[in-house]
Write a protein that binds this ligand. Structure first.
Ligand SMILES: NC(=O)c1ccc[n+]([C@@H]2O[C@H](COP(=O)([O-])OP(=O)(O)OC[C@H]3O[C@@H](n4cnc5c(N)ncnc54)[C@H](O)[C@@H]3O)[C@@H](O)[C@H]2O)c1
Length: 374
């Protein structure tokens, strides 16, 4: 198969690319974010004569040039993270879609975009939303993003987390992980939400829940993890304390309004790598990390391999499934088949050295029937 990939070029991705090649596929790859490519990894893959298009600090035009290069290899499977590859293919090369038997999507925002495309009847081939697999969404997004986002904040600032008012915007999978890790480091965690159920979960976990306009006045560190735009805007920035740290870990750089920060600031200077100090007219300083792009990949190395292994096992198994079954599926967004999801959990447990119990035949009979009462 010819696989076109568009996914952060990190060490973990390099292992996925090598694995796909070892299974006999031809691959061509671009990064899915202008700031997340690890140049040494891209160079190592290039040295192995693997088609790889990406470097850290791409302009928007260069970013799409890389995606075009990958599409030009005429893939019959796609692997996307954020759906920029799939959207470019649909918009600029719709004729190529008939060559493609299927695709996979790595992240929440990408799955949302593809569902929107499918609802408009415009999605042209089947795509498996790998993000929504239990062994991806409940681990990579929670424990991976939780740890690596804090890692990014610390690398870019060397700030002490203990005692800080740490504002997590969005208490979904990623937000939950970040809040948990910030709390563990001694922060006073504040959550902002728009969903009443997730807000309630945060409240019962012991976090303060409040609207952004109130959190803006008391927070020391702010991180967005929503997949939504304009979560932190100029009206919030104008209320913030001196020395506040702002960052984002959602897929696109739309959550913290960088354009409004630029407009409010009278000067800016880079005080450390991935840390821009903006001085406002009244002298207050706000620190924006990794240009408002994913802080864990822009200012650190993304998630550790011990959690990406599960995500990429789902990717690998889903691509094999699509290579076999894709031609029999209608265009649409599909879940990772349940048995693959469970298989990944089973193998992961084995690699971690854990064993679990098995139901006895009597227990199976009991829980299937539930006939027996008091
Ligand atoms: N940095 C990374 O490595 C990484 C990893 C996985 C996912 N992501 C991205 O992170 C984002 C979140 O993913 P997720 O899996 O946690 O999604 P999710 O759907 O589980 O959670 C998102 C939460 O944000 C809340 N929300 C939406 N708009 C809001 C707003 N304006 N203010 C406050 N809360 C709001 C939602 O109610 C929801 O609870 C997505 O863009 C996803 O693609 C990034």
């Amino acid at each position: 198969m010819r696989i076109a990939g568009c996914l952060h070029i990190t060490t973990e991705t390099a292992v996925l690319v090598r694995t796909l090649q070892a299974a006999g596929a031809q691959t061509a790859w671009s990064g899915c974010n202008p700031l997340s490519t690890q140049d040494d990894v891209a160079a190592a893959l290039a040295q192995e004569e693997i088609d790889i298009f990406g470097w850290r600090g791409l302009s928007k035009d260069e970013y799409y040039w890389c995606i075009e290069k990958v599409i030009a290899t005429k893939p019959n499977l796609t692997l996307d993270d954020g759906a920029d590859l799939v959207f470019t293919l649909h918009e600029a090369h719709p004729g190529q879609a008939k060559e493609i038997v299927g695709g996979t999507e790595e992240t929440t925002t990408g799955v949302h975009r593809l569902r929107a495309l499918a609802e408009e009847g415009r999605l042209k081939y089947p795509i498996i939303g790998v993000n929504d697999a239990e062994t991806k969404w409940d681990f990579d997004n929670v424990y991976g993003t939780g740890q690596s986002s804090i890692d990014g904040i610390i690398r870019a600032t060397n700030v002490l987390i203990a005692g800080k008012n740490f504002v997590v915007c969005g208490y979904g999978h990623c937000g939950k992980g970040i809040a948990m890790r910030a709390k563990g480091l001694g922060a006073n965690v504040i959550v902002t939400e728009v969903d009443p159920v997730n807000a309630l979960k945060a409240a019962m976990e012991g976090y303060r829940v409040m609207p952004m306009i109130n959190a803006a006045k008391i927070g020391n560190i702010f991180i967005t993890a929503t997949g939504c735009n304009d979560v932190i805007t100029g009206k919030h920035m104008s209320l913030m304390k001196d020395g506040v740290i702002l960052c984002n870990t959602g897929h696109f750089n739309v959550e913290v309004s960088v354009s409004e920060l630029e407009r409010l600031a009278k000067s800016k200077r880079e005080i450390r790598p991935n840390n821009m100090e903006y001085t406002l007219a009244d002298g207050r300083r706000l620190y924006l990390l990794a240009e408002g792009r994913l802080v864990n990949l822009g200012a650190a190395e993304g998630h550790p391999s011990e959690v990406m292994d599960m995500s990429f096992a789902n990717q690998f198994l889903s691509l094999i499934y699509l290579a076999k079954e894709g031609k029999n599926l209608k265009a649409g967004v599909y879940d990772v088949p349940k048995e693959l999801d469970r298989e990944v959990a089973k193998i992961k447990l084995q690699t971690m050295g854990f064993e679990i119990d098995e139901l006895t035949p009597e227990q199976v009979r009991y829980i299937r029937g539930y006939g027996a009462g008091t």
